[in-house]
Ligand binder design. Structure first.
Ligand code: ADP
Ligand code: ADP
Length: 228
């Protein structure tokens, strides 16, 4: 579980205009925050700063009341869920979910690995698909396998970077529902980046609107929607 605090975060590439400009945002444990704005407004940069793939120029990032500016990505215990799900096509669902545990060589016994995978599969309603390969799954099921990988690692939060932008409209609708349902079921802190207004209005607890690196507004979808 994670309480994530962004305090006056700034990112400058070279000596140009800041890509992220004094962004402060307090994300509660279990909250689902949507980061929305047009292409080039700094969404990816901000997400990459949180996950640790991009240095913070100034400001402070706290996870569970601890400053993490200088922590390597793997020590922040956050899980990035990628757009293409990054599943291994030749591995079964079971082995795809187990993968992060096998990477930590010798840290987990085989029985422990199987127990963790079974528990994650149950949470994600994947139990009957464990022996299948990704090619034989629906888009929503693949998304859940990707989330399963984050769950077995016991990541404190999910970070999504435009996970639905390559899908057709029908599948996108189904996946929106799926992601919202799973996030509520798991109650895990989530930051979700998108430029899609519909996703922004339907998915999260709060919407943070970014424009030219500046946080313009943070409000519930209802508050944003009811504005004149
Ligand atoms: P978004 O995700 O909202 O499309 P980005 O965070 O990718 O926006 O980019 C924000 C701004 O920072 C853009 O002007 C982009 O060109 C610039 N930018 C992003 N990454 C780099 C980089 N590695 N070097 C220089 N400029 C960058
Ligand atoms: P996204 O679709 O996530 O916004 P982009 O196509 O903007 O991604 O950027 C892809 C990669 O290129 C990212 O790693 C980003 O940091 C980098 N990048 C974006 N803009 C620039 C730039 N102006 N100069 C150098 N690298 C950039």
């Amino acid at each position: 579980m994670a309480h994530i605090e962004l305090k006056h975060l700034v990112k400058k590439y070279g000596d140009g205009f800041p890509a992220v400009n004094d962004v402060s945002l307090d994300i509660a444990d279990g909250e689902f925050v949507i980061l929305v704005g047009p292409s080039g407004c700094g969404k990816s940069t901000l997400l990459r700063m949180v996950v640790g793939l991009e240095d913070i120029t100034s400001g402070e990032l706290d996870i569970n009341e601890k400053r993490v500016n200088d922590l390597a990505p793997r020590d922040r215990n956050l899980a990035m869920v990628f757009q293409n799900y990054a599943l291994y096509p030749h591995l079964t669902v079971r082995e795809n979910i187990a993968f992060p545990l096998r990477l930590a060589k010798g840290k987990h016994s085989e029985a422990e690995i199987q127990a963790k995978v079974d528990r994650a599969a149950e949470m994600l309603e994947l139990t009957e698909h464990l022996e299948r390969k990704p090619a034989n799954l629906s888009g929503g099921q693949r998304q859940r396998v990707a989330m399963g990988r984050a769950i077995v690692r016991e990541a404190d939060a999910f970070l999504f970077d435009e996970p639905l932008s390559n899908l057709d409209a029908k599948l996108r609708g189904q996946m929106r529902t799926e992601i919202a349902r799973m996030q509520r079921r798991l109650g895990i802190t989530t930051i979700y980046v998108t430029h899609d207004q519909v996703e922004a209005m339907t998915l999260g607890d709060r919407v943070a609107v970014l424009s030219k690196g500046i946080l313009q507004q943070v409000a519930s979808p209802r508050e944003l929607y009811e504005q004149p």
